[in-house]
Design a protein. Structure first.
Length: 428
């Protein structure tokens, strides 16, 4: 079967779990011999080491989307002018600009995109429809996330094929939006549920959340946990000499980086953990720079900055090397996420994890046995959980080993690809 996978491009400035999921999935499906095309939206796809989209043009180029949102004139401009704004050098500038953009300010443009043919970017939608009808004619169209559901109805009517939509962490994008844009966006996404033939959530927890928020018929919901590339992943015994606490995710307040820094400072006061070190990686966006700098100053004030590192690289090779240098990983996001790809990456290296009881974290940690879950409402919960494993290396290693065995068996990208194909096969 022929599949078109529509994905928002990214500037590659931070650890984007949705982006990595999509690129890994498309790469795995191609290895299996599936005919799958990745269609980038907004920006070129610059994720990890995958050469994915090839010569496929960028649709809904980020500059055109912005101009058409802000100025009515650009909603009627000819294609030759729009094409200039979609050029690679212009979009590279836009990718750099992306790193300074906060989700809280993007309510109007997100809502407009969700309105599809009734939104300010309807000219861009017409171009995508024309390209699919004239050039590709797929058997299935797979949309990366529910924030792109404004495409679904028009694509289904024009191309006449089933629509699949993945679900992962839409709530983390919407929750900080100003005014009532969050609820408006959820309402519009719910209105598009009838246009979709199958939804694929990355966890049971998130399947339940989105089923309720978007009024999705249960028979349309499928759960396919995230899978990672397990090749070239070594897992020597985790070292605790010295113990090293790790963080792998976007360096931002909402994902709990500040909480981990505070926990690190508190743990260092224990004489048995005086040699504890902290290593942080995952990239950041412009608005996060000031916050990260404030954390570095806090570490200086506490007199422990010499034992803390903030690393630049987070590409696949960097992540694999990073996992060989840490004893324990935690991304203590108070809000939680739908899965947490970093959990699978850590456990693939035999590194145990400590996560709050929020979102899909408990589901993944309990399924793998690869770490501890703590009560997010307990002010000492994070410190106590970290301390219990840092002071008991044998227990920590055993958890990491168990987690590694389960990840190798159940959380590989080939398993994810097989499960997605099974969903496709129910539709064609």
């Amino acid at each position: 079967m022929k599949v078109v996978h529509i994905d928002p491009g990214a500037g590659g400035t931070f650890y984007c779990q949705n982006c990595m999921r999509d690129c890994a999935l498309v790469h795995a499906l191609r290895k299996q011999g599936q005919d799958i095309i990745m269609v980038p939206m907004y920006l070129p796809i610059l994720i990890d080491s995958y050469e994915i989209s090839g010569d496929v043009p960028v649709f809904f180029g980020g500059i055109n989307v912005y101009l058409q949102q802000q100025f009515g004139f650009f909603r009627k401009t000819p294609r030759w002018l729009d094409k200039l704004f979609d050029s690679h050098w212009m979009l590279r500038i836009a990718a750099a600009r992306e790193a300074t953009t906060e989700a809280s300010s993007l309510g109007p443009i997100t809502l407009s995109m969700l309105k599809g043919g009734d939104g300010n970017q309807k000219k861009e939608l017409a171009r995508l429809v024309e390209w699919l009808v004239d050039h590709e004619k797929p058997d299935i169209i797979h949309i990366s996330n529910a924030l792109l559901l404004g495409l679904a109805g028009d694509l289904k009517r024009a191309v006449g094929v089933p629509i699949v939509c993945s679900l992962q962490d839409e709530q983390t994008w919407l929750v900080d939006m100003e005014g009532d844009y969050e609820q408006q966006c959820w309402d519009v996404m719910a209105s598009h549920a009838d246009d979709v033939d199958a939804f694929i959530s990355v966890s049971d927890w998130y399947a339940q959340e989105t089923t309720e928020r978007m009024s999705i018929p249960p028979e349309k919901m499928h759960v396919v946990p995230l899978g990672i590339d397990l090749s070239d992943r070594e897992s020597p015994p985790v070292s605790f000499d010295p113990p090293v606490l790790g963080y792998l995710s976007k360096m931002t307040e909402s994902l709990g980086l500040g909480l981990l820094v505070d926990a690190f400072i508190a743990l260092k006061k224990n004489p048995e953990l005086a040699v504890l070190k902290l290593r942080v990686t995952g990239g950041q966006m412009g608005p996060d720079v000031t916050y990260v700098n404030s954390l570095k100053k806090k570490l200086v004030t506490a007199g422990v900055d010499a034992d803390a590192e903030f690393l630049e690289g987070f590409e696949p090779d960097h992540r694999r090397d990073f996992m060989q240098t840490i004893s324990l990983l935690s991304v203590p996001s108070p809000r939680g996420e739908s899965f947490g790809m970093f959990i699978a990456e850590a456990l693939a290296a035999g590194v145990p994890v400590v996560q709050p009881d929020t979102g899909g974290y408990p589901e993944v940690v309990n399924a793998t046995g690869g770490g501890l879950i703590y009560d997010v409402n307990d002010p000492d919960g994070l410190v106590n959980a970290l301390e219990s494993l840092l002071l008991d290396p044998d227990r920590a290693r055993a958890m990491g080993q168990q987690g590694r065995d389960v990840v190798n068996e159940q959380y590989g990208v080939d398993r994810m690809a097989d499960d997605v194909v099974r969903v496709y096969e129910t539709l064609v």
